[in-house]
Design a protein around this ligand. Structure first.
Ligand code: BG6
Length: 491
């Protein structure tokens, strides 16, 4: 017996005929194709997707830039980049990949598209006119506006997605201006604002382990947590990208972007389900509860040799260090400080989120902060450490600090680098790990006091140190966990 398909079935049929987004012939246009970000992050990620068989079968990678680079030179450039920043590619496999790689020089502007339109036309001739476009803006934020306008002027927003790097705006006002422009060209669903900290395995574990394990989930609130530390010290300097850095500074480069997003991953309320939109909404909506930063709870620093870098003015007031005490005004987090810190040229490199617990009820009133904490290590493949107070083996009941560590790479094979995983999400149309307009608006609202005259003065710190002493004082005597092998007890 045959039945007449109902409306929903025919709609389903239609859907089934659409190519899976990942199978759709696609051209990735990489603006800033020969730049630093493309070199370190984007090109190695795209090639990793290729070697894993996760790029569409029919694809083009089109580098764009002002210079006049030949297709062959760009192909060689990517080969060099992979050799320097990833694993040297297998020659045979790379030769196949390179056949899909083109370069469109001469820049890309409203009044002068350079050679990009011709190269896209060529791709359409070869792959079909319905080729999907991904506009990947690996360019300095100052260039977002002109490139977005050029996409509109040359009618390239149809069947397209746009990926924006950070910072997406520098203040509430410039965020709105950019976002309004972007929304005049693309629908929100086409826009992917990338924050690669959200693509890290350990960051995603901040909520997954919490919702899966009572051991974590039940303590995830002010009753049990004394303070949260989000600590990203870095030993590296910024001499190889002085122009970008001096115009950006640590607050825009790291605080209002990566660290705020990670704070939101910690602070979010349980979503009604683990569906992508629900988790994204939960993360983005808690940012609206971030209390605007109080400048007297923020410490800014600059490492001493910063102004020796070529291109940095002697009187630069750009901060290379920031530490801030952030408050999240939800019932769950009343009274719990979120301490955020990051800086360049510091004593060590680490990326750690520490939930420092209050001592358990009972006779042991004082337990060292670093022996009563859950620590998520975001670096590399990620790890989760449970830092505990246990009995020191021996005849007496003497407490001792100890820790156990779960390396996430040991859980299962197949972990991808954050950029690889996020670009894969762009291809497949999954926006869960990207920031939303509403979330970024809230982030800039919380950041706004730092753009007023009340912004704290920059304190100089020694290269290779832990930054200004005042940052230590923000921790209410607990100290930054990573610096203190044995921290003072808190209760
Ligand atoms: C980038 C910042 O977004 O993140 C850099 O611009 C920072 O200043 C980098 O060093 C750290 O990220 P990761 O995880 O790739 O080391």
């Amino acid at each position: 017996m045959t039945s007449t398909p109902d409306v929903s079935e025919s709609a389903q049929d239609e859907q089934d005929q659409q190519p899976d987004p990942i199978d759709e012939p696609t051209a990735i246009i990489l603006y800033g194709g020969t730049g630093d970000l493309a070199k370190r992050m984007v090109l190695p990620a795209i090639y990793e997707l290729y070697t894993r068989g996760l790029l569409p079968k029919q694809f083009r990678l089109i580098g764009n830039g002002r210079g006049d680079v030949s297709h062959e030179n760009f192909q060689q450039h990517i080969h060099d980049v992979l050799t320097e920043f990833a694993d040297a590619p297998d020659e045979e496999q790379y030769a196949e990949f390179a056949k899909n790689v083109k370069f469109a020089g001469g820049g890309f502007r409203e009044d002068n598209p350079g050679s990009l339109l011709d190269v896209i036309k060529e791709a359409e001739d070869e792959l079909g006119t319905d080729v999907a476009l991904i506009h990947y803006m690996a360019i300095p934020p100052q260039a977002f506006e002109a490139t977005t306008k050029a996409v509109k002027a040359h009618d390239l927003a149809k069947n397209a997605k746009a990926v924006y790097e950070k910072p997406y705006g520098e203040s509430l006002q410039s965020f709105h201006e950019l976002d309004d422009l972007v929304h005049s060209v693309f629908e929100e669903e086409q826009v992917y604002r990338i924050d690669h900290f959200l693509g890290k395995e350990a960051t995603q574990n901040l909520y997954l382990t919490r919702f899966a394990n009572r051991l974590f989930g039940d303590v995830w609130c002010r009753d049990s947590i004394a303070q949260v530390q989000i600590d990203v010290p870095e030993t590296l300097d910024v001499s190889d990208r002085a122009d970008f850095y001096d115009a950006t500074g640590a607050m825009l480069d790291m605080l209002v972007t990566h660290l705020f997003q990670v704070a939101a991953e910690v602070a979010l309320e349980p979503p009604i389900s683990m569906a992508d939109e629900d988790v994204q909404n939960a993360r983005e909506s808690v940012i609206a509860a971030f209390r605007p930063l109080s400048p007297d709870e923020v410490v800014l620093g600059q490492y001493r040799s910063y102004t020796d870098i070529e291109g940095v003015p002697d009187d630069s007031q750009t901060e290379t260090f920031v530490a801030a005490r952030l408050w999240v005004d939800t019932d769950r987090w009343q009274g719990v400080p979120f301490l955020l810190r990051t800086g360049k040229m510091l004593a060590t490199s680490a990326q750690r989120v520490s939930l420092i617990l209050k001592p358990a009820d009972g006779p042991l009133k004082h337990v060292p902060a670093n022996a009563n904490a859950i620590v998520f290590d975001l670096k590399g493949n990620g790890a989760i450490d449970v830092q505990l107070t246990v009995k020191k083996p021996g005849p007496d009941a003497v407490p001792a600090a100890s820790a156990t560590s779960l390396m996430l790479q040991n859980v299962a094979e197949g972990a991808m680098a954050p950029y690889t995983s996020l670009i894969h999400d762009v291809l497949s149309g999954n926006r869960m790990l990207f920031t939303s307009s509403a979330g970024l608006q809230s982030a800039f609202e919380a950041f706004q006091p730092m753009l007023t005259d009340a912004r704290p003065k920059i304190e100089l710190y020694d290269d290779g140190s832990w930054g200004p002493q005042a940052a230590e004082d923000l921790t209410n005597g607990v100290g930054w966990l990573i610096e203190h092998k044995v921290s003072p007890s808190i209760g």
